[in-house]
Design a protein around this ligand. Structure first.
Ligand SMILES: [Zn+2]
Length: 216
């Protein structure tokens, strides 16, 4: 397998900005809870009734958890788990659960990611691949950006021969509102290096993610 540089590889600045962690929020918890309270009133609710009393706090906490990826960085997350290894076969981590939130409606995006790379002297702990997916998923996202952020992070970290990321997901903003199409799902992909340049390598990856494992 030859080393190739994909023309679609994003510029260094784009990669850096996509990897940067968000600055600390300038609003207080009290202000965030007040905003949720205002929303409840706007929706016609009584925020002081028993069932809703703690809702502003719960909503704030839930949203903070669902977007905690803003406060994580690749460096902390990896904690040195990049190893030198003389491997050059495809490494594939399939069926990584994705729980993200769409940036247009702050409603769930639920799906699965399949991530492959072909090493070029460096490998990463397999669990770290899932952790990278989670770090980017736990932000306000569009599925396309989530997909290429994962690909570009691995490309930058490992400088592999190639990276392939496919995400299959359903968007609650489409299922529960708007076009109301339960069962609809969206597939996005990002191919870097040999996966972009070589149709056979890409096809091998696509076959591997379609194949149903015999143990499940
Ligand atoms: Zn949406």
């Amino acid at each position: 397998m030859t080393l190739s540089i994909s023309p679609e590889l994003t510029s260094a600045e784009q990669v850096l900005s996509s990897l940067a962690t968000q600055a600390k929020p300038k609003v207080t918890d009290a202000e965030m809870m007040q905003a949720v309270r205002t929303l409840l009133i706007g929706l016609g609710e009584d925020p002081d009734r028993e069932g809703l009393k703690d809702t502003p706090k719960r909503v704030m906490k839930a949203l903070q958890f669902l977007t905690k990826g803003y406060h994580e960085s690749l460096d902390e997350l990896l904690n040195g788990a990049v190893f030198t290894e003389d491997a050059n076969e495809m490494v594939l981590v399939r069926d990584i659960d994705i729980f993200s939130s769409c940036e247009h409606h702050i409603l769930p995006i639920i799906g699965r990611a399949h991530v492959a790379y072909i090493p070029n002297g460096k490998v990463i702990g397999l669990s770290k691949v899932a952790r990278i997916c989670e770090m980017y998923a736990r932000r306000l996202q569009v599925q396309e950006r989530l997909t290429f952020q994962i690909a570009d992070a691995l490309q930058r970290l490992l400088k592999p021969q190639g990276v392939a990321v496919v995400i299959e997901a359903t968007h609650m903003c489409m299922v529960m509102r708007g076009v109301q199409k339960p069962g609809s799902w969206t597939v996005t992909s990002a191919m870097r290096g040999v996966f972009a340049d070589d149709a056979r390598t890409r096809e091998e990856f696509m076959n591997l993610i379609r194949h149903k494992p015999s143990f499940s």
